[in-house]
Design a protein around this ligand. Sequence first.
Ligand code: ARG
Ligand code: ZN
Length: 817
Amino acid sequence: MDAPKEIFLKDYTKPDYYFETVDLSFSLGEEKTIVSSLIKVSPRVKGSSAPLVLNGHDLKLLSVKVEGKLLKEGDYQLDSRHLTLPSLPAKESFVLEIDTEIYPHKNTSLDGLYKSSGNFCTQCEAEGFRKITFYQDRPDIMAKYTCRVEADKSLYPVLLSNGNLISQGDIEGGRHFALWEDPFKKPCYLFALVAGQLASRDDTFTTRSGREVSLKIWTPAEDLPKTAHAMYSLKAAMKWDEDVFGLEYDLDLFNIVAVPDFNMGAMENKSLNIFNSKLVLASPETATDADYAAILGVIGHEYFHNWTGNRVTCRDWFQLSLKEGLTVFRDQEFSSDMGSRTVKRIADVSTLRIYQFPEDAGPMAHPVRPHSYIKMDNFYTGKFSIYLRSLGFLLSIVFQSNVLVFSFMKRVLISISKDMMSKLVTCEDFFAAMRDANNADFANFLQWYSQAGTPVVKVASSYNAEARTFSLKFSQEIPPTPGQPTKEATFIPVTISSSSTILRVTKKEEEFVFSDIAERPVPSLFRGFSAPVRVETDLSDDDLFFLLAHDSDEFNRPLVLNPKFIQGLGSVLSDSTLDKEFIAKAITLPGEGEIMDMMAVADPDAVHVVRKFVRKQLASELKTELLKIVENNRSIEAYVFDHPNMARRALKNTGSSEYKSATNLTDQFAALAALSQNPGKTRDDVLADFYNKWQGDYLVVNKWFLLQSSSDIPGNVENIHALQTTIIQVYSLIGGFCGSPVNFHAKDGSGYKFLGDIVVQLDKINPQVASRMLSAFSRWKRYDETRQALAKAQLEMIMSANGLSENVFEIASKSLA
Ligand code: ARG
Ligand code: ZN
């Protein structure tokens, strides 16, 4: 293998050649697939003599033709990653034809063209298209595509690609074909192809300008009943984007395909979204409220990409936050409008704290816009941290009021869809659009794009009774990160108390003085989490307790253990004016990872013991209130997915564990989760009962795996070894295990060894998944010396493995650096 190469933003240069049209033809087969491409190429500079360098990975080159003339071996250069054409016609445009052979049935990386449950499907973002054919695999090559797919008719009755179906028909030998044409220019990462035995749930959506769009959700026939919620979500998203942003769907057909084997959540390929089945299929018996909510959010997310990402797209992968930040912002707003805004915000922020903050403090720390990468896939990790602390997220907090955010974003979207449609954009372009469309002053906000690390903001308050003034002194500090020892001040918006005031902190130290204040106030700062920072205030426990009981900003009610804490939670529990889902969130303690992240030296054992103690204590002290809640919030009627019902179930499940009587998976799973934490016969029986019932449904079995792997029961690594899994279940199993600190960080090193071995094995099968699992090691320096030595030994063992992927190399080497 060639040594992994680091790619830098500062090295960006325009391509020497553009591709205008691309006609692809796939002959799909069991042993091999032939891909023919016919590309109209035009040099960027007339008469250019630059070589044309095409990316290609795991491809067998059959032939190359330029202007119909077959090239001989000496006419081009081929290495393990590139096909280089050194001399090309000095013409305004010429035709390039390339035939390649690929082996989708052997492709376990789930990147490029591969098979899932017997069907063919693709995943091209970020750089998977180079595993399909030789191409300039970069987002700034935008071309119009046609795609002809040919396959055995009985094995693959359904043939799909992007755009509109132009023609289809039978051909000899029991084969058939379909020809698709996408009228919009696109980068190759949005290309998609699906072929297989699939059935569709069909519906239509009439756009506000009166066009009828045909909607199809494709799955194996037996799963169709489970696609009702996905279809509801799609139609809701289409309507919402019209109502809120005035954005209408731009084709007459929209396809979603659900596949069991998929590296991530889903993919926004133009008019042919491909989804991990778990984000499409749902029924009350097999999916929880959280699954229903995730489906709604992700269907929305991928749909919204049709404008933010597909029509307006990124110049290069360093600009990823542009499409992802903006689209995450849109899906968060969509979910908030469909459910509870506060609860959604708390969930999003807790994701940010659990994934973004630790990443910011570790070896993979990077600004919203990274300066370099070895393997772009690694920047989609940590629950998509680049998405989270990104433009959309920051924006939604600069403007606290939704009305403001919406009108602001609407102007931005209108401006970009006018000026940048079908164009390549950078963060600077987008930033200019935001500024110009709104006359906004962002001060040194752009620092977020170049500086890594979570700012720590200290706030000191003082009240002067004589002068009737109240002062808030802020100081900001961004900790050093790899390659960035010192940082500049950045723009931190601070929302404060019930006034809609936003303090604009832009300097390292800044003081704000409020006059005419009659008595010492207890300020509620960073309301609604107005900036992704760590805050240290000088508020006393009494002040915090006051806020817990009185703060009108639900987000800001802190969780602090205090003698008055139990009493405070008791009153939250019985406050009938509060949203039930909010109450459920408020009385749920932060996870062990989140707590450990606040310690100077992370101590998994201590956190585990203390958190368990606090939980027990709360349960016994608040027993009466909790039982009352269970009584009053039982599920009586059939399952309905809406906010009041979800909120009711969430609240009830904080207090109960009623496995047998449950009528939906939300209730039943909550009970199962509680039971799985207590070793013994009841646990074993219930887990066995659940498995027997659902062994035929791999999505439910996955959850069963997750429960067991994330269990705190002592010595759980042994149990995991005993569970035989398939590659699809690796996420649940390994991910769950590493997310459960006591067992993963076991002092004897058994958890670390388990992960080390798995990563090496997995890397040969699927580098993307291997490197994601490996990330659990990245913060090894946060633990005590014994654990550090054990983790380091595993990282070194991984680094010394043969044939390491670029994905794993990047994480392991940066972790050791
Ligand atoms: N753009 C996709 C989404 O927003 C993420 C796909 C990334 N996939 C990958 N293998 N890197 O849902
Ligand atoms: Zn996305």
